[in-house]
Design a protein around this ligand. Sequence first.
Ligand code: G
Ligand code: G
Ligand code: MN
Ligand code: NA
Length: 250
Amino acid sequence: RELERDLVHALEQGQFALHWQPQADAQSGMIRGFEALLRWRHPVRGDVSPTEFIPVAEATGMIIPIGAWVLRTACAEAASWEAPLRVAVNISVAQIQQDGFDVLLRETLLATGLVPERLELEVTESLFIEDTDRALDTLTRAKALGVSVAIDDFGTGFSSLSTLRSFTFDRIKIDRSFVSEIEKSDSAAAIVRAVIGLGQGLGLPVVAEGVETQAQLAALNAQACDEVQGYFISRPMPMAAFSAEVHPAR
Ligand code: G
Ligand code: G
Ligand code: MN
Ligand code: NA
């Protein structure tokens, strides 16, 4: 309850910030893009995890203004980078289901000057549980603008495979629960291999999330995974904390 009350004021009080996590080419390590991850610095509690407050924001509808802020801030920051890298933004189901999400998207791109081709929306399979037609319609309009769409946390939701047939995604993100077990569990390794094969068959690049060790990276490379993201490459950080070599704005 208390979180809910405080969340209402968090936006106007400027308590939100974006951290950025690189998405790198698995072979060369070259950074291809950055995912924006929302952070909330609560005046009393300190940092509150998005796993705690995003569900509250979704349940109360606060995700609509907060999500709009994230989109706008991420696009504005990325537009100022010197390197024209991809900017990936997580979008909640409620945002996609909302009337006029495509209008917001178009206005945000216009206002920030970000080239649509640099923006990637990360959506989860939960989007396809209810009101599928509407979700597909909105995503189709996003793609018509030139924006790309990645399926996030792949493998953890329902009907993963039919989801891939219902919409032309641009990228698959393998959930980190499989990546973290890739060396310990034959079944996790088999699933990772299968998802990468699926991506190859569909012509979709695959990003592995949650890569924490050199060994995991090597295992992914052995499977010809396209891109990697995780603590082994970099933790999510404020853009200013990145060194000059990887900072896209320098
Ligand atoms: O770092 P991590 O704790 O950032 O994020 C936890 C969860 O919160 C992940 O599932 C992530 O996708 C989600 N998340 C992080 N930032 C955002 C955001 O801006 N919007 C939405 N909808 N989800 C986010
Ligand atoms: O669902 P989504 O992929 O958007 O979530 C990203 C979440 O994963 C964020 O909470 C981010 O902080 C977290 N994360 C990113 N890299 C790693 C990693 O290597 N290990 C773990 N455990 N979490 C990670
Ligand atoms: Mn994500
Ligand atoms: Na994910």
